[in-house]
Write a protein that binds this ligand. Structure first.
Ligand SMILES: Cc1cc2nc3c(=O)[nH]c(=O)nc-3n(C[C@H](O)[C@H](O)[C@H](O)COP(=O)(O)O)c2cc1C
Length: 199
């Protein structure tokens, strides 16, 4: 059993999403003591964005890549290997300007690779990252879940599902900019959901 924790908040150790992800991972590790944990902090070690040079490197056959192109593809390969090996994936996803952090988008751009993590068949698209359980810890200053302002839930469900990860649980900690009482209440309800999910 392998657990992969993805943190994407730029607020380092004070981030609620990372702390709640830590809490869930801690509970999962108590439940599965043999589990191996990999933590990838996308803010501390940002992954390069998908740009024209990266796309050219990915589109070039491996044996024809320059050393620089091979290095760029290897960065994505490492993230793909991590998620291929993971059985449970815990993603900390704060809301920034009504979307996921750019760092988390760069991770998604890296792991979505045709013929490796998804493929097109005569029957349609097939996601190749199968048999995984995903937990998304979504934090926000306001309260948006269930409304049109929450594009994060729809987006993550869509793109992770496209890659084969359809078993996804969302944990919300919202209203984190609405005062201390709201913060305490949001964290309590998120922790209650985390305990239920890890049981
Ligand atoms: C750059 C930035 C943009 C933000 N944009 C939004 C937003 O669009 N909607 C919202 O509800 N909260 C927004 N917030 C508030 C964060 O979602 C909130 O502080 C949350 O706790 C951040 O997650 P974290 O504690 O894991 O860092 C924003 C915060 C930052 C720093």
């Amino acid at each position: 059993m392998n657990i992969l924790q993805i943190n994407s908040s730029i607020r380092a150790e004070t981030a609620h999403s990372s702390r709640l992800a830590d809490s869930l991972v801690g509970k999962l590790r108590r439940r599965f003591p043999q589990a191996r944990l990999t933590v990838r902090d996308l803010a501390k070690m940002p992954h390069p964005v998908l740009d024209a040079a990266a796309l050219a490197a990915l589109s070039t056959p491996a044996e024809q890549r320059t050393a620089e192109q091979a290095q760029r593809v290897a960065l994505d390969d490492a993230l793909i290997a991590e998620i291929q090996q993971a059985d449970r994936i815990v993603i900390g996803a704060p809301m920034y300007n009504f979307g996921i952090p750019a760092q988390l988008k760069a991770w998604i751009d890296a792991i979505a690779r045709a013929r490796v993590t998804f493929r097109y068949t005569e029957h349609g698209v097939e996601g190749l990252l199968k048999n995984k359980k995903v937990y998304v810890i979504q934090t926000a200053g306001g309260v948006h879940s269930g409304s049109a302002a929450d594009s994060q839930t729809v987006y993550l469900r869509t793109v992770l599902g496209f890659l084969g990860m359809e078993d996804i649980e969302f944990v919300y900690a919202e209203g984190l900019a609405l005062g201390e009482d709201a913060v305490q209440s949001a964290l309590q309800s998120a922790e209650a959901k985390i305990s239920a999910l890890a049981a």
